[in-house]
Design a protein around this ligand. Structure first.
Ligand code: NAP
Length: 525
């Protein structure tokens, strides 16, 4: 079976043998995809010329209604998405829920908050700027929806959420979307698009999907398009420096990989509530989606005197996590997505072992439940410990995109800040402490290199949203190595799909233009 591409308002099958999609538990081939022979230039042109104008005929509030309908369709097909997640990603119920329910929630969230923008055709930003003595001549800044296409190049680990977290703000902005899911897990995204197309919710050209290699896609993007990429830092660098993208100054948003940290405060003793909470969080982060989340905790900074106790507690919990075929109801952690990812993880573990000691796993005894070790793509959960965080290299640099984390000892407070900053830009750091001064110093010392800082103290206890959980109401993205992108953040997420410009002119014309607008201050409400 070859999955179709939906371009220029039609389903088209790619030519050639295509690439196989496999079950990471059994190694069986499930389907094939191919983008060969698909005219991506025409697909983009159709999106710009048909989908965009039809979407922008509608108001923000009307487009919010479309998102609500998409949310309903996705909800109605949720069971099927769980089935595909199991087949193509080896996802447990919890893994599938994180991706699929996260996608549905995000779509419905934008449907709800988008209504506030009401009837505006664009957004008015800030107050009128006086430019003449009599105020007859003034300036006004506006934000206008881009008249191009939004091109999404996505990572393999979130085929549902990764597409919806980009689609919701783009469609709400009035920008048609062209989705290119990562090849290994394209099936789930393709099925979701198929369901939305079948339900006839969006105007022709508002949604397209290309399954398989990106081929010459970026050669055809234009000045008015937006490219939103999620994936590895290596691919990000290629996309950012692509000749056509550079020549036309195409707007590019990058969400790349990240060596995220969790910091355990010196004020919390072993056995305390925060100690237990962080131990639980580290194990959850390592095992949920087999550690294949961009936000997963990769480094845990622990006061040196508590390193042993913390490692023992995490190891004890890890030892009770059943790893294997998610079809077995006892299993809590599945495989990574394919053999290539497995090989990359094992290579990364080898590097980390060069400068760390092993606290859990990596003992050659691993055997997944109900799965053949040779055919499947499992990576054993592995916890390392690093005594010399200031001089270590790989710990701050090698992203094992799987179930692995490293405990890093710290002594002085300045060292902790320096060690944390060695991530060179991350999506998230979390701080577990009851000491307000310590928390403040971490935020002030590391905030510029993080997209999000999660603080947990005893007043919050277990009510926090989770280190790795991206909520649509808050910013997602991070500087430096994390790509420098910004997504979500409630209606702020629409900024990526709008262009800022200023009109300088007669006060009466400016006033008339302003009448057509929703107020951009709503983006920050
Ligand atoms: P990847 O290998 O970089 O691929 C990402 C996407 O780029 C895929 O759709 C891939 O297509 C496409 N691609 C590859 N080369 C391309 C090129 N020359 N031009 C245009 N597109 C190209 O990343 P991945 O292995 O799928 O994802 C894992 C990585 O993503 C991890 O490092 C993780 O940290 C990161 N990630 C980050 C976030 C975040 O929000 N910051 C979220 C999730 C994952 P093919 O699959 O067809 O090659």
């Amino acid at each position: 079976m070859k999955l179709g591409n939906y371009v220029a308002g039609e389903w088209r099958e790619g030519t050639g043998a295509g690439e196989p999609l496999v079950d990471p538990v059994t190694g069986d081939e499930l389907a094939r995809i191919s983008s060969q022979g698909i005219d991506v230039r025409a697909a983009l042109e159709f999106a710009r010329s048909q989908g965009g104008p039809a979407l922008r005929e509608l108001s923000y509030a009307q487009r919010a209604e479309l998102l609500a309908k998409i949310g309903d369709i996705l909800t109605a097909n949720r069971d099927e998405y769980f089935r595909l997640s199991l087949l193509n990603l080896g996802a447990t119920q919890a893994d599938a829920s994180f991706d699929v329910d996260g996608a549905i929630y995000t779509m419905k969230y934008y449907a709800k908050i988008g209504r506030a923008l009401a009837e505006g055709k664009m957004l008015k930003e800030g107050a009128v700027v006086p430019l003449s003595k009599s105020n007859a001549f003034v300036g006004q800044h506006f934000l206008m929806p881009a008249k191009g296409a939004a091109v999404f190049i996505n990572a393999f680990n979130f085929p549902a959420w990764g597409s919806c977290e980009k689609a919701a703000p783009a469609l709400l902005s009035g920008v048609p979307i062209v989705v290119k899911p990562a090849s290994p897990t394209a099936w789930l995204t393709q099925r979701m698009v198929e369901d939305v197309v079948k339900a006839n919710i969006l105007p022709p050209g508002a949604i397209s999907i290309i399954c398989g290699g990106a081929r010459d896609l970026l050669d055809h993007v234009r000045e008015e398009d937006v490219v939103s990429f999620t994936g590895s830092a290596e691919t990000a660098a290629r996309i950012r420096s692509q000749a056509n993208v550079l020549r036309r100054s195409v707007r590019v948003n990058i969400e790349a990989d990240s060596i995220n940290s969790a910091i355990f405060g010196p004020d919390c003793a072993p056995g305390s509530e925060l100690f237990e909470l962080l131990v639980k969080e580290v194990v959850r982060e390592m095992t949920l989606k087999a550690g294949q989340k961009c936000t997963t905790i990769r480094r845990v900074m622990v006061p040196r005197q508590q390193l042993k106790a913390f490692g023992d507690a995490v190891a004890a919990r890890l030892s009770s996590v059943k790893v294997g075929n998610p079809r077995n109801s006892e299993v809590r952690m599945g495989p990574v997505v394919n053999k290539a990812q497995q090989a990359a993880c094992l290579e990364g573990l080898k590097k980390l072992k060069e400068e760390c000691s092993v606290v859990f796993g990596n003992d050659g005894k691993f055997q997944p439940i109900d799965a053949d070790l040779q055919k499947s793509a499992f990576v054993p959960p592995t916890l390392f410990s690093c005594e010399h965080g200031l001089v270590a290299k790989h710990v701050h640099d090698v992203e094992v995109f799987g179930p692995a984390a490293t405990l890093v000892a710290y002594d002085a407070h300045e060292d902790l800040i320096a060690i944390t900053r060695r991530g060179l830009g991350s999506l998230v750091a979390s701080v577990f402490s009851n000491d307000p001064e310590f928390i403040q110093s971490i935020v002030l010392g590391t905030g510029d290199l993080h997209g999000r800082i999660l603080v947990v103290d005893s007043t919050v206890s277990g009510q926090h949203t989770g280190h790795g959980n991206v909520v649509p109401s808050c910013l997602h993205g991070g500087p430096g190595r994390a790509g420098g992108g910004e997504e979500l953040g409630g209606l702020r997420g629409l900024l990526l799909y709008h262009r800022r410009f200023v009109v300088q002119g007669p006060a009466a014309s400016i006033s008339a233009l302003s009448e057509l607008c929703a107020d951009s201050s709503l983006l920050y409400a």
